[in-house]
Write a protein that binds this ligand. Sequence first.
Ligand SMILES: Cc1cc2nc3c(=O)[nH]c(=O)nc-3n(C[C@H](O)[C@H](O)[C@H](O)COP(=O)(O)O)c2cc1C
Length: 219
Amino acid sequence: MHTISPDALMAQLNWRYAVKKFDATKKIPDAQWQAIEQAMVLAPSSYGLQPWKFITISNPALRAELQEVSWNQSQIVDASHLVVFAAKKEVTKADVEKYVERIIAVRGGGMTPAISGYRDMMIGSMANPAGVPGGSMTTYTRAQTYIALGFALSAAAMMGIDACPMEGIDAAAYDKALGLSEMGYHAAVVGAFGYRSSEDWLAGLKKVRFEANDLFIRK
Ligand SMILES: Cc1cc2nc3c(=O)[nH]c(=O)nc-3n(C[C@H](O)[C@H](O)[C@H](O)COP(=O)(O)O)c2cc1C
């Protein structure tokens, strides 16, 4: 196992910031981008059900259309890579079955009593949307997309790639432009990835965080 030192980790997390202006001429090399995509794939989710889609947008015309419904923020068009994190509106029995099939395909060994019990438990949970954490299916799945976003942001930072998490979007307009509603998803949040512009006013500013003692409650 290759691990990184606490110093290396801190250096990268302090280096990263939410980029306001990307250098539109710089593109993320394929190997690095593939690793960022895999970080999203490897993000944890409730039961492992992965109730999300990651929509990567490279079409410039579509980017321009999305910028108009993103407070006109320049990152939408200037970033090397743009990802819309979409949350599944409902998690159904069919989704559970698909996941169970995948478990069996990946791990082998066929259906066991343990997998069958797990399947029944998941089906029971998903059949009662009001009982999921957050009290509704959309709150539950939406929250999980932010974990995938966080994984992608951290992965990018570890490789010296810049990013900006973006919630300043008209999610309904995104749903329409990307045909997400018909697919049973809705746009939750956007991740823009690339390289900071030398003109980004925010790049040189100190990071503002409360003291750890203000944030941690230790019992
Ligand atoms: C969920 C979320 C949504 C955000 N939306 C935007 C956005 O729409 N536009 C933007 O420029 N920054 C956005 N930010 C960036 C935050 O303003 C930034 O992360 C915060 O000020 C902390 O600064 P830092 O990330 O540079 O350390 C968002 C951050 C998060 C976590």
